[in-house]
Design a protein around this ligand. Structure first.
Ligand code: PGA
Length: 247
């Protein structure tokens, strides 16, 4: 049985005062029946990890450099993230693939770095609307999955997040049948490649997940939770998603 995971991606949002949201979340859900990870901007990671240490809330980063240390102005490495007490790292988010030209090979190198630091990678994949309209969703997702995840993936070091690019921050979501098709496809690729380990890897759905649609989406086979952007910023919304995932 894969335990469901509620992963919040705060993106470039949040100041020190926003840390109160995780305390509110904890107060409302002190013993959640799903795993929770919140990925704040790097500036809040250290403090959030300290606050969350006694709570059932893990902390994650939104990206990292593929090297351990060196002359890379502005970047942070996986060992630095581990040093804050964070346990997860989002990699290959479509916003980074689009804005910084991150390739599958780079995401793969970053995943290796995350594993080497003893952390869990949340590897994001998903098609654009153009690719979807051309009927290429499975090709794109299959290629990104093969190229972004190194050999050796298992349930404890890797989470896959399927995020159709056109669904992110738009209020649009694919049909449940389409989500099922893609998640089943990802599962079969994972089990073909990693056998039993592939069956233990959680596959999250991401893209306009809200308290309103989470119940239907997570009832779909092979949806093991959500990667949530906008609706993770407020404890009340994210808490409602946590409650549904824990059912
Ligand atoms: P959204 O973002 O929930 O605001 O659509 C999801 C994500 O980009 O991870």
């Amino acid at each position: 049985m894969r335990r469901k995971l509620a992963a919040g991606n705060w993106k470039m949002n949040g100041l020190m005062q926003t840390l109160a949201e995780v305390e509110t979340l904890h107060t409302a859900h002190p013993a959640p029946r799903c795993d929770i990870v919140v990925c704040p901007p790097a500036t809040l990671m250290c403090k959030m990890a300290e606050i969350c240490a006694p709570m059932a809330i893990e902390v994650g980063a939104q990206d990292c450099h593929e090297n351990e240390a060196g002359a890379h102005t502005g970047d942070i490495s996986a060992p630095m993230i581990a040093d804050t007490g964070a346990r997860y790292v989002i990699l290959g988010h479509s916003e980074r693939r689009a804005a910084y030209g991150e390739s599958d090979a780079l995401v793969c190198a970053k995943t290796r770095a995350v594993w080497a630091a003893g952390l869990t990678a949340i590897v994001c994949i998903g098609e654009t609307s153009k690719e979807r309209d051309a009927g290429n969703t499975l090709d794109i997702v299959g290629r990104q999955l093969a190229g972004s995840v190194p050999d050796g993936a298992c349930g404890s070091n890797t989470v896959i997040a399927y995020e159709p690019v056109w669904a992110i921050g738009t209020g649009k979501t694919p049909s449940l049948a389409k989500i099922a098709e893609v998640h089943n496809f990802i599962r079969s690729r994972l089990t073909n490649r990693c056998a039993a380990d592939g069956d233990a890897i959680r596959i999250l759905y991401g893209g306009s997940m809200t308290p309103r649609n989470v119940e239907k989406i997570t009832a779909v086979t092979n949806v093991d939770g959500g990667l949530v952007g906008g609706a993770s910023l407020k404890a009340a919304d994210f808490g409602a998603i946590v409650a549904t995932l824990g059912k």
